[in-house]
Design a protein around this ligand. Structure first.
Ligand code: ADP
Length: 300
């Protein structure tokens, strides 16, 4: 009996200890963010040749942020006679090489800047071109910051009208250091309809608000599924929540992308659906979103 009680107490202590360390870690992050914000935006400087920077962000990973970033870049490029670039700032899980079917190391210019790799007429840069994808997962603090600095400052983009940035998920130091480094024209927030994704989106919106970056809209991914046999639509992850949150945050919901196995399949093959099936319903949805963004990007 005594042994059981002893074990229970130990478990209780561990749980309590875990809770305390989690909340104190969150306090640390908040304090650091406050400190960074207090210091203001001293290091903001443009990326040479880049007119507008558009961030594609999400609170959580796995909600389809990279899929949206890639298709959006392709849709924006197809719509106007403007040059679009794609920067994969998701250093922990760089997926642009796969989604854009690109691999290899970038060549260097005479002044040691990296030349982006090109596919579908979109110059792309990603940590995945520089290191083994698995290595990035174990990166910590300073290494990540240095990696981000390199991606932001040592790439020869040429002339770009819009650089679409696939952000790392979340609202920590890395995200903050990106938005405090380069002038950002606007951001879009991607979420799936689940509560767990939405609560983090709220934090994302708050972060952009604090650093005075306009959020151009919210995009609901995996919003519904259409049965291929009977055509019936079902809202697998719930309905109306993204719209409700967007209203609450005073943001426009600028797109609803269905949950679609084909979209995922083409992504895995490295051919964005906007390129592989431009006439499809999914591609048209991305085109509509791109349209909305063109209208909202102040300088484009
Ligand atoms: P994130 O960048 O948020 O981590 P990804 O874009 O890498 O997310 O997407 C995660 C997975 O979900 C990928 O396998 C992708 O193909 C799939 N996916 C994303 N959006 C959809 C969708 N609308 N329908 C089906 N699969 C999707």
């Amino acid at each position: 009996m005594n042994v059981i009680i002893g074990k229970r107490l130990t478990v209780l202590r561990i749980v309590r200890c875990g809770t305390r360390s989690l909340s104190s870690r969150q306090e640390d992050v908040n304090a650091r963010q406050k400190e960074m914000m207090k210091r203001g935006l001293p290091n903001i400087s443009p990326i040479p040749g880049v007119k507008n920077i558009l961030l594609v962000a999400s609170g959580k990973g796995g909600v389809g942020k990279s899929t949206v970033a890639v298709n959006l870049a392709c849709a924006m490029s197809a719509q106007k006679d403007k040059k679009i670039g794609l920067l994969d700032a998701d250093v922990y899980g760089p997926s642009i090489p796969k989604l854009m079917n690109l691999r290899g190391n970038p060549r260097l210019t005479k002044d040691d800047k990296m030349i982006p790799l090109l596919n579908y007429d979109i110059p792309c840069m990603s940590m995945g071109f520089l290191i083994d994808e698995k290595a990035a997962v174990v990166w910590r603090g300073l290494m990540v910051m240095q990696g981000i600095q390199r991606l932001l400052r040592q790439v020869s983009w040429g002339e770009l009208d819009v650089l679409v940035v696939d952000m790392p998920p979340g609202t920590g130091d890395i995200q903050l250091s990106i938005v405090q480094n380069v002038p950002v024209a606007g951001a879009v927030l991607v979420s799936t309809p689940q509560d767990i994704a939405l609560s983090d989106v709220r934090r994302g919106a708050e972060m952009f608000n604090k650093v005075k970056i306009p959020v151009l809209g919210m995009i609901e991914n995996m919003s519904h599924f259409t049965c291929p046999d009977c055509g019936a639509e079902s809202k697998i992850f719930g309905s109306g929540r993204v719209k409700k949150l967007s209203k609450e945050l005073n943001l426009d919901l600028i797109g609803n992308i269905p949950l679609d196995p084909e979209l995922s399949e083409y992504s895995d093959k490295g051919v964005p659906i906007v390129i592989s099936k431009p006439g499809s319903r999914q591609a048209r949805e991305f085109m509509n979103i791109a349209d909305e963004i063109w209208q909202r990007l102040p300088g484009a």
